[in-house]
Design a protein around this ligand. Structure first.
Ligand code: NAD
Length: 382
C-alpha cells in the first residue's frame, strides 16, 4: 500500500531528527511492503527566511493533501524578536487548526533501560503496576482546539481584573472522547476522564457526554477522576493509568508532569489527530489525519552538532503508523527496535546514565543512533 507523508523538518535539530525518522520509516516500508511517498515542506523560521511567513499557504495546502504530517521542531533565537504573528511557533497553531487536529496524544512510558532517570522510587512504581513491575505506560489525550485557551478573555475597563472562559460544546467533548476510546481499544482498554466536575459546569458537561458515549465501548472500562487527585496519582501510582482523556488546560499541565516521570525530553513522541477520513480508506481502514512531532523544541544550543537524540521523532513515526494508518505491527516494530537499541547500550548524551550500566554504554550522535535503530529493526520480530 502507498501512503503520502508531509515532512516539515523546521529549524535547529528538526531536520536532523526528521531525517533519521524517514530512514526508519523506509526500512519499515521495505520490511512490511508499504511505500511511503514524502513531500518536504517549509514551516517555522526557515519558512520566514524563504517567504516572509511562518506558515506559507502552499505548505498548509500540501500538508492537507497528504495522509499524515511528520514535524521536527520550529523556532530559534534568530526569529525571537519578530512580532507575535510572525514568530515561527505560529506555524504550529496554523498547522493544527488547518489540519483539524483536535486530540493531542502524549504517551508517557518508562522504559526499563532508562529507569534511573525516573524521579519516582522503584517501590512506589511497583506498588501501582498491575503486574508489580517498576514501570508505567500511560497515554494522555488532551483536547487541543477548545476550552480555556480558545475561550473569550479580556480585562475590565479599569484594568483591575481579567477573565478567561472555559467553554466546551458537546460535539467537542464527544469527538475527543472517541479519539480516547479508539486509542484505548489498541492499548489496555482503560479510559479515565479527568475533570473538575465537583466545581466546574463545563466539567459536568464532560461527564454527561462521557456517560452517554461510554456504553458504546463496552470492552473499555471508563472511570472518572478529579484533576487535583490525578496530579497527585501520577506521582503516587502512575501504573494505574492507561488512557487519560481531559481538557486543553488540564491536559497541558498533566502531560508535562507525566513527561518528567519518563526521564528525558529527547525520548517523548506526540500525535495530534483529527477525524478518521472514511473517504480515504487504505488497507481496509480509514486514514486519520495526524500531525506527529517530538515534544521537544528545536534545541538551538545543540543544532548542527550531531548530538540530538532522534528517538522521540522516530517514536513519533511509530505513532504515525499506528494512529493515522492503523499499521499496529509496523508501529510495534519501531518501538521494539528502539528498546533493543537501548538494550544494546546505545545512548545519546541526553540519556547517558551516570550510574550502573555505564560500562555497557556506547555514547553516539544523531546519525549513529538512527543507524543503530535500523540495525535493531532487522533483529526484532513482531
Ligand atoms: P528545547 O526543547 O528546544 O530544548 C530544551 C533543552 O533540551 C535544551 O538544552 C536542548 O538541547 C535539549 N533537547 C531538546 N531536544 C533534545 C534532543 N532531541 N536531544 C537532546 N537534547 C535535547 O526547548 P527550548 O530551548 O525552550 O526552545 C528552543 C526553541 O524551540 C524555541 O524557539 C522554542 O520556541 C522552540 N520550541 C518549539 C517547539 C515545537 O516546534 N513543537 C516546542 C518547544 C519549543
Amino acid at each position: 500500500m502507498t501512503y503520502s507523508i508531509a515532512l516539515v523538518p523546521g529549524d535547529g535539530i528538526g531536520p536532523d531528527v526528521v531525517h533519521q525518522a524517514v530512514e526508519v520509516l523506509d526500512a519499515v516500508g521495505d520490511r512490511f511492503g508499504h511505500t511511503f511517498n514524502y513531500v518536504e515542506l517549509l514551516a517555522g523560521g526557515c519558512a520566514i527566511d524563504a517567504t516572509g511567513e511562518p506558515l506559507p499557504a502552499d505548505t498548509l495546502e500540501a500538508a492537507k493533501s497528504c495522509d499524515a504530517v511528520l514535524l521536527g521542531a520550529v523556532g530559534g533565537p534568530k526569529w525571537e524578536t519578530l512580532p507575535g504573528h510572525l514568530r515561527p511557533e505560529r506555524a504550529l497553531l496554523g498547522l493544527r487548526a488547518g489540519l483539524g487536529v483536535y486530540a493531542n496524544l502524549r504517551p508517557a512510558r518508562l522504559l526499563p533501560q532508562l529507569k534511573e532517570a525516573c524521579p519516582i522510587k522503584e517501590d512506589v512504581l511497583t506498588a501501582s503496576h498491575p503486574e508489580g513491575k517498576a514501570t508505567f505506560d500511560l497515554l494522555i489525550v488532551r483536547e487541543l482546539t477548545g476550552g480555556l485557551y480558545f475561550g473569550e478573555r479580556g480585562r475590565s475597563s479599569d484594568g483591575e481584573s481579567a477573565f478567561d472562559t472555559e467553554t466546551y460544546s458537546k460535539t467537542e467533548i464527544e469527538r475527543v472522547l472517541r479519539a480516547g476510546y479508539r486509542a484505548a481499544a489498541v492499548r489496555r482498554k482503560k479510559l479515565c476522564v479527568v475533570d473538575k466536575a465537583n466545581v466546574l459546569e463545563s466539567s459536568r458537561l464532560w461527564r454527561e457526554v462521557a456517560a452517554r458515549v461510554a456504553p458504546e465501548y463496552p470492552d473499555i472500562e471508563t472511570t472518572y477522576m478529579y484533576v487535583d487527585n490525578c496530579a497527585m496519582q501520577l506521582v503516587r501510582a502512575p501504573g494505574q493509568f492507561d488512557v487519560i482523556v481531559t481538557s486543553n488546560l488540564f491536559g497541558d499541565i498533566l502531560s508535562d508532569e507525566a513527561s518528567v516521570l519518563t526521564g528525558s525530553i529527547g525520548m517523548l513522541p506526540s500525535a495530534s489527530l483529527g477525524d478518521p477520513d472514511t473517504s480515504n480508506v487504505k488497507n481496509g481502514k480509514p486514514v486519520t489525519m495526524g500531525l506527529y512531532e517530538p515534544i521537544h523544541g528545536s534545541a538551538p544550543d545543540i543544532a548542527g552538532q550531531d548530538v540530538a537524540n532522534p528517538l522521540a521523532t522516530i517514536l513519533s513515526a511509530a505513532l504515525l503508523l499506528r494512529y493515522s494508518f492503523g499499521l499496529e505491527k509496523e508501529a510495534q516494530a519501531i518501538e521494539k527496535a528502539v528498546e533493543l537499541t537501548l538494550d544494546r547500550g546505545y545512548r545519546t548524551k541526553d540519556i547517558a546514565s551516570k550510574g550502573a550500566g555505564l560500562t555497557k554504554e556506547k555514547i553516539v550522535g544523531t546519525v549513529a543512533m538512527g543507524k543503530a535503530v535500523l540495525e535493531a529493526l532487522e533483529a526484532v520480530s513482531v
